[in-house]
Design a protein around this ligand. Structure first.
Ligand code: PAF
Length: 286
């Protein structure tokens, strides 16, 4: 059982980290809270790889383009801290909006090019601008040696890596595997908003991805994608997008597969937006 220290002000957190920094490596795991066992797996990895781990918990308003989604995003700080205490001692940084975005906050403007135009960039305009700015702000506050992100947000991880390259931040970006429920549903903070029936119906998302993987290479990407989309014909979930993409540039693949080809999907169960992804083709063909 740990006894995590909770900081809400930038100054007090930095004072605490100042002492740690001398001989220790610092790992940062930025989150929006509502922690689940997927987050906990990342915290454990960060604890193995660093002397000190900071978990930030902040529902970042600037990355929500839908006010209703922001309002309904689950918030449960006390429960989150209890869960973290079960893992061990971490430093929790739970600031309010004013602490993250002070009056003299300088917005970062980075051209994401094609990385930001498709998928989340297309359906959630301004989303990555908000993500990049809040992550950069946490990097500046914590100055971590490593920062941890989940693979479930595949495009987000690509955007963060791009940002780190552009800003020359001396931080190693570690992208951790997707953690799934036993059923195959990707763990997500949004899952708490699903009923048991919706959770069962949502399995169609991982089933679609697995089906797509099983036929990738046998058909052209555009054909394989078309066949996989049929899974949503019954209308229980509303498919927002299913894309077969290049693993690094994220450009849509239509007529040619490449090593590492990936698929990303977003579907709505009622009002709840669920995303997932899978590698379709290995990097080194066997
Ligand atoms: O992945 C998330 O939970 C958020 O986008 C992040 C990285 C914590 C930034 O608010």
């Amino acid at each position: 059982m740990g006894d995590s220290q909770v900081f809400t002000s930038v100054k007090s957190l930095q004072k605490r980290l100042h002492t740690d920094r001398k001989n220790s490596s610092i790992g940062l795991f930025p989150t929006m809270g509502a922690l689940h066992h997927g987050h906990i797996a990342l915290v454990k990895q960060a604890m193995e790889e660093n002397d000190v781990v900071v978990v930030s918990i902040f529902v970042n308003p600037t990355q929500f383009n839908n006010p209703d989604d922001l309002e309904k995003y689950p918030r449960m700080l006390e429960k989150d801290i209890e869960l973290l205490n079960e893992v061990g001692d971490v430093i929790v940084f739970a600031p309010d909006v004013e602490a993250v975005y002070p009056d003299d906050f300088e917005k970062l403007n980075i051209d994401l090019g094609k990385l930001g135009e498709t998928m989340e960039g297309e359906f959630r305009p301004g989303h990555f601008d908000g993500v990049m700015n809040v992550v950069k702000r946490f990097f500046d506050i914590v100055k971590p040696n490593r920062a941890y992100f989940g693979m479930k947000d595949y495009q987000q991880a690509a955007v963060i890596k791009h940002m780190v390259k552009e800003t020359n931040d001396p931080v190693e970006v570690v992208v951790c595997d997707i953690v799934r429920e036993e059923t195959g549903l990707a763990s997500s903070s949004r899952n708490v908003r699903l009923s048991e029936k919706q959770k069962e119906e949502a399995l169609i998302i991982s089933q679609t991805l697995n089906f797509l993987k099983s036929i990738a290479g046998k058909y052209l990407p555009i054909e394989a994608c078309g066949k996989a989309k049929q899974f949503f014909k019954d209308g229980k979930l509303e498919l927002e997008y299913l894309e077969t993409i290049h693993p690094v540039t994220l450009k849509r693949l239509e007529t040619k597969w490449v090593p590492g080809a990936h698929a990303c999907i977003v579907a709505y169960s009622g009002e709840v937006r669920l995303l997932d992804n899978i590698q379709l083709i290995p990097f080194v063909e066997k």
